[in-house]
Design a protein around this ligand. Structure first.
Ligand code: AMP
Length: 214
C-alpha cells in the first residue's frame, strides 16, 4: 500500500505519517526531512538547499524526485507514505512514472484540511525533535527545553529554521500556487480523500484509519 499526505505546512502531515507508519508497517518518506539532512552537507548543493528551505521556497523538482527515486528503488514491503511529496504537478507526474516502473500504485491521497489562520499559530509555536521529527508546541504540547523527546529520547529539540512568520508566508504562497492544484489532479484519479485537520490528533488518525481499511 502506498499513500500520500497532502496539506499546508502545519496541517499535521508528519504527525499522522509517523502514526500510520507504525500502525501499518509502512515507510514514511518525508522530503522535508531528507532535504534538511542534505542541507547539512558543506557542498554547493547542500548550501543551495539550505537557502531555499530557509526562504520557504520549494526546492527544484529534479533534486526532490531523485531523492524519492532512490528510496523507491530500495523498496519496502509495507509500502510508502509520501509526506510532503509531491508538491507540484510535475512531481506528481514523476511519481506516477516511478510507481508504474515498480509495478505499484497509490491506494489513497489524504488531504488534511485546515485554515491558514490556525496554521500561523501552530507553526510559530512549534518545535521539533531534530532526530525523529516528533512535533511539540509551546502551548498545546509543551516540553521544557532541557527535557527529552518523548518519542525517541533525543535532547535535540529545536525550532526549525523555517518555522518563522516570514518563511511561513512564502511557504503558504508556494502551497496555494504549486501544491493545491494536486487536489484536482488526484480527485480526477478518484483516489482523493479529505480529513478535518482541526480535530484532535487521535480523531484525525481514526478518520485516516477508516479510509485505509476500506
Ligand atoms: P516540510 O518539512 O515538508 O515542511 O518541508 C520543508 C521545506 O523543504 C519546504 O518548505 C521546501 O523548501 C522543502 N521541500 C520539502 N518537500 C519538498 C518537495 N516535495 N518539493 C520541493 N521542496 C520541498
Amino acid at each position: 500500500m502506498n499513500i500520500i499526505f497532502l496539506g499546508a505546512p502545519g496541517a499535521g502531515k508528519g504527525t499522522q505519517a509517523r502514526k500510520v507508519s507504525s500502525q501499518f508497517g509502512m515507510m514514511q518518506l518525508s522530503t522535508g526531512d531528507m532535504l534538511r539532512d542534505a542541507s547539512m552537507s558543506d557542498t554547493s548543493l547542500g548550501r543551495k538547499i539550505s537557502t531555499m528551505i530557509g526562504s520557504g521556497e520549494l526546492v527544484t523538482d529534479g533534486i526532490v524526485v531523485a531523492l524519492i527515486e532512490e528510496k523507491l528503488k530500495a523498496g519496502h514491503k509495507g509500502g510508502f507514505i509520501f509526506d510532503g511529496f509531491p508538491r507540484t504537478i510535475s512531481q506528481a507526474i514523476a511519481l506516477d512514472g516511478l510507481l508504474e516502473n515498480n509495478g505499484s500504485t497509490l491506494k489513497a491521497v489524504i488531504d488534511i484540511r485546515i485554515d491558514n489562520e490556525v496554521l500561523i499559530g501552530r507553526i510559530t509555536g512549534r518545535y521539533t525533535c531534530l532526530d525523529c521529527g516528533e512535533v511539540y508546541h509551546e502551548s498545546t504540547r509543551p516540553v521544557a527545553t532541557n527535557k527529552f523527546c518523548e518519542a525517541c529520547g533525543s535532547k535535540n529539540l529545536n525550532k526549525r529554521a523555517d518555522d518563522n512568520e516570514s518563511s511561513l508566508r512564502t511557504r503558504l504562497t508556494e502551497h496555494s500556487y504549486k501544491t493545491a492544484p494536486l487536489i484536482e489532479y488526484y480527485f480526477n484519479k478518484e483516489i482523493l480523500h479529505s480529513v478535518d485537520g482541526l480535530k484532535s490528533i487521535d480523531a484525525i488518525n481514526k478518520d485516516i484509519n477508516k479510509i485505509l481499511m476500506k
